[in-house]
Design a protein around this ligand. Sequence first.
Ligand SMILES: [Zn+2]
Length: 105
Amino acid sequence: MIPDCPACQSSNVQRCHYGKQIGGSIGAVAGTFSGFAGGTRGAIQGARVGASLMSFAGPAAGASGAVIGAVSGGLMGCITGLKLGALVDKELFSQYRCAQCGTHF
Ligand SMILES: [Zn+2]
């Protein structure tokens, strides 16, 4: 059900699909970039933690620490990016456009 225009009360209102697409793209790009940054940071932190444990558990702990750090860091970055994209999509892009007066709402 498409609502009437809040400016001129016209029922000649169209759904805006392009806003959703732009928002989704921004979310995907932000997720990719922040995921990459988070993965790099996570790998460094993981390697550091792994290195400090190395004297107790041997070289395997250093390698697995780096892998776990990279995976969890990348995942966190992706989730943050997707949440940001969804927020941008919801808050900044209007869902409807009035064909009568051109108002976005
Ligand atoms: Zn209107």
